[in-house]
Design a protein around this ligand. Sequence first.
Ligand SMILES: Cc1ncc(COP(=O)(O)O)c(C=O)c1O
Length: 439
Amino acid sequence: MAIKLEKAKGVISRDRKVILTTTRVPYPFVADRIEGEYAFDVDGNRFIDFTSFIAVYNFGDGPSAAVRNALASQSQKVMHSSFNDFYGSVQVDYAEKLIGMFPKGFGKLFFSNSGTEANEAALKFSKIFTKRQYTLAFYNSFHGRTMGSLGLTTSMSKQREHFGPFNSVVHAPYAYCYRCPFGKEYPSCGMACLDHIKKYTFGKEVPAKEVGAVFMEPVQGEGGYIVPPKEFVKGIREIADENGILLVADEVQAGFMRTGKFLGLDNFGVEADIYTLAKAIGGGLPMGVTVTRSSLGDIPEGSHSNTFGGNAASVAVAGATLDYVKKNMSMLMSASKSNGALMTKRLNEMKERYEIVGDVRGIGMMMAVELVKDKKTKEPAEKECGEVLKRAFENGLILLPAGASTIRLIPPITIQRGALQKGLDVLEDAIKKVNARMK
Ligand SMILES: Cc1ncc(COP(=O)(O)O)c(C=O)c1O
């Protein structure tokens, strides 16, 4: 497909002069609008969207009409109502509804504007609740880029370069079984990663009694879409319980139906003590929430707050999005299951056919392929990963990378079968061409 990029080129050259820092993909997509599973650029080119604009538009056009109405009607009244200073019914209605979606015993929530802020709040709250100073997080994790969350994040050292030192966080290996940090294989590994925490993190680095919280993504997102075995997640819950440590589930990317369940952690039969959500819950507007277990009690007044948390416009849109999810829960679960199964099947076929596809993993509609130069050495195919993304773009598909050489596939959960098949065809064609050149 020959795509015209005249307007796009103009925007990009102006962008380079005035925009300070970004994490741009290696292809020139200049967003104009979306229609369900299709994204259009400023030149009118249409792309199948396998990004949901970073796991935000999880439901395509499903909630669009209700979202627009909610925004229009709230904007007639007030967009920002200083929710942390004054009370507001839109926010309380929403909080009651959202908390109703959580396991029994939850609780209360705090509003913020992004994933990183939701995690900052969780970090501070866990310190208040436990009066313990250390936090445990995992290598390869991504919890955001503000200083507190960045202390937890270790998905790439360039994200931390020049910003340290980071205080009072210790890191342990996540169960990245495709690249086991201990060189073992699951399940014969005997869960060496859990032992490491007990023996080394707590035995040598910080006593467990000084650790207030463990932050975990149920599926690591930016770090490469890494799905741990159930045993790992359950083991972390047990370690937390044995030591009075709070489990914080960062559901910013995996939550809100992305894996086919309301929460990513629901796939593992485990409950957290604190959950953080952002991205898709805002329905396209900035919003984050930190949800706590009731038994943890309250946060003293004045100890944490913000200006825009609970922004009336964001909450109205989030409310319409949540209503859509509640009404369509079984449809969303089955769409995620059947579309996810199709992706898994097609991606596994690609793994059989092409040397470059080292691993296929994911849950529901949170899928990924990890590209390698050689299936045996597993050397990450970083340059080739960029080439696949570029080729896919040139042929009408937008995709995002994750980790060193992983491509994530996160279309709207409700993507139409035809668009999903076509998108997978485009991806396969790109992989095939890059694979052939690699030999
Ligand atoms: C799991 C996870 N946590 C936190 C964040 C940070 O969210 P935000 O970019 O909204 O600050 C992200 C962003 O990708 C994420 O995937």
